[in-house]
Design a protein around this ligand. Structure first.
Ligand code: BEZ
Length: 221
């Protein structure tokens, strides 16, 4: 992803979307944000992804995360495709609960390093990969994931990741492999034993290791 690193201020781009023209930072307001890109409208994997994102949109809302999708087609195509997506969910009376950015000139896809050189349209132009950007309320990039067009994402994993990002933004902890909310977390290595004891009154348990080093420290957040 050339040019955009974790911690960078996310570009305040302007774009046409299914809810009209937006300035990205205004769209986000004080919320967290998730921007997920798609290779093309009216394609099968993308349709299953958007349908899933729509079904669990309340879960993003509950976490204070504004959702926005992007694909390299026009607003008109996005509106038509959205109806297919809702029909896939058997919810023909409802509208897609988040906007889609029309990046038909691929300007944002280029700016944000999202093109997948291995997947091209019928004219040989690269399609957008499946990028995920999570942006914090400070407008800085907190996470980016890049999947090729041929691999659909797991949106439950995105919720899990957001839970970790939001927790670790508040507390000096890190979440271990496969962590889920409610489970123990790790005390970050930069904290001394005294600092950890003061910060985590519920207690810190340290696992004994052959090295004798006391770095595997768990606490209940
Ligand atoms: C899809 O969404 O199904 C797809 C799009 C581009 C390349 C491969 C699959």
């Amino acid at each position: 992803m050339p040019g955009l690193l974790l911690g960078d201020v996310f570009p305040n781009f302007e774009a046409d979307t299914t809810i009209g023209r937006i300035k990205f930072h205004d769209f986000l307001g004080d919320s967290w944000g998730i921007l997920f890109s798609h290779p093309k409208d009216f394609t099968p994997v993308c349709t299953t992804e958007l349908a899933c994102a729509s079904r669990i949109s309340d879960q993003f809302k509950k976490r204070g995360v504004k959702m926005i999708a992007l694909s390299v087609d026009s607003v008109e195509d996005h509106r038509s495709w959205s109806k297919d997506v809702m029909a896939f969910n058997s919810e023909t009376e409802s509208v897609l609960p988040f906007p889609i950015i029309a990046d038909d000139k691929r300007e944002l896809s280029v700016q944000l390093g999202m093109l997948d050189p291995d997947e091209r349209d019928k004219d040989g132009i690269p399609l957008t990969a499946r990028c995920v950007f999570v942006i914090g309320p400070d407008k800085r990039l907190k996470l980016s994931i890049l999947y090729p067009a041929t691999t659909g994402r797991n949106f439950d994993e995105l919720l899990r990741v957001i839970d970790s990002l939001q927790l670790t933004a508040q507390k000096k902890v890190a979440t271990p492999v496969d962590w889920k909310p409610g489970e123990k977390v790790m005390v970050i290595p930069s904290l001394s034993e005294a600092e950890a004891a003061a910060l985590f009154p519920s207690g810190v348990t340290t696992k004994e290791l052959p090295s004798g080093k006391k770095y595997l420290r768990y606490t209940q957040p």
